[in-house]
Design a protein around this ligand. Structure first.
Ligand SMILES: NC(=O)c1ccc[n+]([C@@H]2O[C@H](COP(=O)([O-])OP(=O)(O)OC[C@H]3O[C@@H](n4cnc5c(N)ncnc54)[C@H](O)[C@@H]3O)[C@@H](O)[C@H]2O)c1
Length: 369
């Protein structure tokens, strides 16, 4: 197949391109080379076998040219940054929601040829993860954000009638409660692609990626990717900064596993599929900071900020069962191995630490409290 990967010069897109090439597919990457992600222009890591078309997903003519002779489309192009999306609201809606709309308008003109559409969705659309009440045994709970008064009192865990709730694996049928502009636009990505794909008979899948980490993550971009952000701090001799008490948990999935999930989804014809791409295993933010420091040989403990960010969630771990059943996908890279390899790659990079500036922007707007 000839596969068009929008955002194909990015972190996940370039790993997917490598995998698709190795499997014998032709790959065209359509990417605007956003300077926040690519300050030095086209990335050196991009395989020369990838046909790079520089263009913006909001440009219908450029997309039309890029869609020529394409059999499958993977839509990854996006502005990626939760905190930044809360003040660059128009840009995020424009690039993500409008950009997806433009892509779909051009795509439906090619529906006789395009046999597959796969879009990157995100765990951020869940809002808080799924919980159970240990006192009553009730599970499948979908709480909203923690009340402001509770956070102001620095009680971090989710509560119900004053009792703490316990996180459990988040299933795809949990109600969606996006809590940031970025998350709202990722829900748009998913719902726009699935509804248009269904209406026009283009088999479409949306993969809800959890926290993706690994080599090629933009280290100088302070707005996205906690592992990359911590890495850029450590490489500059600074302590990684964890919000709250650092014990909030996420599901960290390695980028090579994520690329494999997309590859499986491209070659599958499951229509209307929505699936988590995750490991099912929790890791705290402090675990990540310590694992990276260990890998880098840096004796630097994370700094626990004790503050919180508007819209932040406490725990979200994915349930991997549906991706296993529908795609045969199982994450293979363990966190220790993955962080060790990431540290090995980071040690060879130069990283500018812009984290303080990004935090100051949040503080100035009252989004960190
Ligand atoms: N990294 C994660 O943890 C994660 C988690 C969930 C979902 N996702 C999603 O996966 C996708 C890829 O993310 P990533 O982590 O590789 O980020 P990335 O920033 O490395 O890649 C995104 C790419 O899109 C390009 N791009 C940005 N604006 C564009 C535009 N207007 N037109 C064309 N290209 C544009 C950028 O230049 C970049 O190369 C995104 O849709 C993101 O929302 C990522």
């Amino acid at each position: 197949m000839r596969v068009l990967v929008t955002g194909g010069a990015g972190f996940i897109g370039s790993h997917l391109a490598d995998r698709l090439l190795a499997a014998g597919h032709a790959v065209r990457a359509f990417d605007a080379l956003d300077p926040q992600v690519h300050p030095d222009g086209p990335p050196a890591y991009l395989d020369p076998g990838v046909e790079l078309v520089v263009g913006d997903v909001r440009d219908a003519d450029a997309l039309d040219r890029a869609l020529d002779d394409v059999d499958a489309v993977v839509h990854l192009a996006a502005a990626v940054g939760v905190g930044q999306s809360m003040y660059e609201i128009r840009r995020y809606v424009d690039v993500n929601s409008v950009g997806c709309a433009v892509l779909l308008e051009r795509l439906v003109e090619r529906r006789d040829r395009v046999r597959r559409l796969v879009v990157a969705s995100s765990m951020s659309i869940y809002g808080e993860g799924q919980y159970r009440d240990p006192a009553t045994g009730e599970s499948g709970l979908a709480p909203g954000l923690r009340p402001e008064a509770q956070l102001a009192a620095r009680r971090w865990e989710l509560e119900r009638d004053g009792r703490p709730l316990a996180p459990e694996p988040t299933r795809e049928d949990k109600p969606l409660l996006p809590t940031s502009v970025y998350a709202v636009t990722k829900r748009d990505h998913e719902e726009l692609c699935l509804s248009v794909g269904e209406a026009y008979g283009i088999p479409t899948a949306a993969l809800r990626l959890f926290n993706v980490y690994g080599p090629r993550q933009a280290l100088g971009n302070p707005y996205t990717g906690v592992a990359a952000i911590f890495g850029s701090r450590l490489l500059n001799g600074h302590a990684p900064i964890a919000f709250e008490d650092g014990a909030q948990t996420r599901d960290f999935v390695h980028v090579t596993d994520v690329a494999r999930a997309f590859h499986l989804a491209v070659e599958s014809d499951a229509a209307g599929l929505v699936a988590n791409v995750c490991t099912g295993r929790p890791a705290s933010v402090v675990d990540i900071a310590r694992g990276l420091a260990r890998g880098l040989g840096a004796e630097i403990e994370p700094e626990v900020a004790g503050t919180y960010r508007a819209g932040d969630i406490r725990h979200c771990i994915g349930d991997p069962a549906r991706a296993r059943a529908a795609l045969g996908f199982e994450a293979e890279v363990g966190l220790d191995d993955g962080l060790g390899a990431l540290a090995g790659w980071m040690a060879e990079q130069e990283a500018v630490d812009r984290v303080e500036d990004a935090m100051e922007e949040l503080r100035r707007r009252g989004l960190e409290r």
